[in-house]
Design a protein around this ligand. Structure first.
Ligand code: ATP
Ligand code: MG
Length: 247
């Protein structure tokens, strides 16, 4: 089966190499394969290279070397992102727009037929629990509400692959639970979810497979169960041991 997301021998440096100075790798020799329908957790401490890798998948940053493919299409081609929904680490939306206006704008970008747009917007706002606030300006939203607008935006084109950079950051426990439910529901619909997170407990409950990155390198990979049994205990213990801070 073709991988939905495939990264091979990927190296990413933010600075071009200078004469005689070896490059600093934000991501080093990364290989990843995410299969259709998986919820895949992309883990690692601050600075591990998660956002950097996603930036390459989204075409914001070129790979220094190596390749990345989405649905078999090289990420350097914009068409690779046609079936993707993306939640950035930090959302910067035009604050004077309401969520409904913002989503109409994105619906236009994705060329969603006019006749379908309003129903689509209502559906994603319901999914992220913002139906009552949809007509208010985003500047009046709390942090968690802004995060959920981002999630609604990522879902508006009914993507087959979601790339979510810390989807639960800033959410309260109820909000986090709702995001877990959304991820589960998307999985049930056969969609693939590739997401980064620092909330290991929640990763444990929703992910089929995880990788743990540290300083740009992949340090461990497997099902949650495999990692937990290899490193005794729970995912948090496994995580701390893998990044070398085992207690
Ligand atoms: N715009 C940039 N210019 C230069 N270096 C950068 C830039 N963005 C990230 N880096 C560096 O790349 C490395 C990986 O950072 P990245 O943001 O990908 O980590 P992360 O895993 O997403 O961390 P976090 O959990 O804090 O979001 C870090 O060493 C960071 O300092
Ligand atoms: Mg990040």
């Amino acid at each position: 089966m073709q991988a939905v997301l495939e990264v091979s021998d990927l190296y990413i440096s933010y600075r071009g190499s200078k004469m005689g100075v070896p490059p600093e790798w934000a991501v080093k020799d990364l290989n990843l394969k995410v299969r259709e329908g998986e919820a895949f957790g992309f883990l690692g401490p601050n600075g591990a290279g998660k956002t950097t890798t996603m930036n390459v998948l989204l075409g914001f940053l070129p790979p220094t070397s190596g390749t990345a493919y989405l649905f078999g299409v090289d990420v350097r081609r914009p068409i690779a992102r046609q079936r993707i929904g993306y939640l950035p680490e930090q959302t910067y939306y035009y604050r004077f727009l309401s969520a409904v206006e913002l989503l109409r704008f994105y619906a236009g970008i994705f060329r969603i037929p006019r006749g379908e747009t309003e129903a689509r917007i209502a559906r994603v706002l319901r999914l992220v629990d913002l139906e009552d606030a949809g007509d208010r300006a985003i500047r009046t939203y709390s942090k968690g509400m802004q995060q959920r607008v981002g999630l609604a935006q990522a879902l508006i084109n009914e993507p087959d692959l979601l790339i979510l950079d810390e989807p639960t950051s800033g959410l309260d426990p109820l909000g986090r639970m709702k995001v877990r439910e959304i991820i589960r529901r998307l999985k049930e619909e056969g969609k693939t979810v590739f997401f980064s997170s620092h909330e290991l407990g929640e990763v444990e409950t929703v992910c089929d497979r995880v990788v743990i990155m540290h300083r740009g390198e992949l340090k461990a990979e497997g099902t949650v169960q495999e990692l937990v049994s290899a490193y005794a205990g729970n995912l948090e213990k496994a995580f701390l041991e893998i990044i070398g801070s085992g207690v």
